[in-house]
Design a protein around this ligand. Structure first.
Ligand code: FES
Ligand SMILES: [Fe+2]
Length: 291
């Protein structure tokens, strides 16, 4: 069994976890308040989402140099940008002058990222390039003020094929170590050949992130909820528990595949999560994934 201390090592004691431990809730589920309490979400934001590697988007969403995307991660404003050297960078979405949010929607920036308040302007590597009239005249600067000292605050950012991950506090394990389990589990998938097909956008949904992840790591519901869309018998599923990569998989025989209803999903599949918030449907024969 994966212990809480293994997957949430930095969570500080709180009244929620005192209750969790007192009731031996590892066997009985988290306290109900952990799904509804804003205080608990704040605890997760500071102790989990800020300290771990977190999936934040796809490189294909930033196709061109100067494309920017704002995000909220762990309750904090962040943005991604594709730089001149064709790399994706992440920064705190906060101007170094008076803390205005720099990017409010996905868009393209020509040359520089300019703050709408006093027009401090940053390049795509976060360096401050212009602070107009800051010294009283258009290009002058106050004595002792160096542009180089006032760049945007960077956030650790790593890419795994098309998937972008960031680590807010800069202290998570190496990305290579973090990504290892999913690499192991996706052996055989030609990830370099994946082509993004579409993105499904949902309106705001009132729920908690844990419900989705918990649903994803159990195939128990498949026989009922997906009864008419899949031909993957529950008894053929097996558990995947590879460090922080949890989920299930099913391997179908050739007979099972040819004998199943053609309108159903009737191939071997892997349903994987990478803690904390990434989930993948990986369909073996078609080399297809849904993230
Ligand atoms: S707050 Fe951004 S330039 Fe002043
Ligand atoms: Fe004003």
């Amino acid at each position: 069994m994966v212990k809480r201390s293994q997957i949430m090592p930095k969570v500080k004691p709180s009244k929620f976890f005192a209750e969790f431990d007192k009731n031996d809730a590892v066997r009985h589920g988290l306290p109900a308040s952990s799904y509804t309490s804003s205080e608990f979400f704040e605890l997760e934001a500071n102790s989990l989402f800020s300290t771990s590697w977190t999936f934040v988007g796809f490189t294909h969403q930033l196709a061109n140099m100067g494309d920017v995307r704002p995000l909220t991660v762990a309750g904090k404003p962040v943005f991604l940008v594709r730089s001149e050297s064709n790399e994706i960078h992440a920064f705190h979405n906060v101007c170094r002058h008076r803390n205005l949010k720099l990017i409010d929607q996905p868009r393209h920036c020509d040359g520089l990222i300019t703050c709408p308040y006093h027009r401090w302007s940053y390049d795509f590597r976060g360096q401050l390039r212009l602070a107009p009239y800051f010294g009283g005249e258009k290009s002058g600067l106050p004595d002792g003020f160096e542009l180089a000292d006032h760049g945007l605050y960077p956030i650790r950012c790593e890419i795994f094929h098309d998937w972008i991950f960031i680590n807010m506090d800069g202290e998570a394990e190496s990305f290579e170590k973090y990504i290892k389990p999913i690499k192991r589990q996706l052996t055989g998938f030609k990830l370099d050949e994946f082509v993004p097909v579409t993105t499904l956008e949902f309106d705001k949904i009132s729920t908690n992130w844990k419900l989705l992840m918990e649903n994803f790591i159990e195939p128990y519901h498949v026989q009922y909820v997906h009864k008419t869309t899949t031909s993957q018998p529950l008894e053929d599923h097996y558990v995947v528990a590879d460090e922080h990569c949890l989920g299930s998989a099913v391997d179908l025989t050739a007979e099972q595949q040819t004998g199943a209803d053609e309108s159903t999903l009737r191939v071997s599949s892997r349903y994987l999560t990478l803690f904390p918030i990434l989930s993948w449907d990986c369909i073996n024969q078609t080399n297809w994934a849904f993230t």
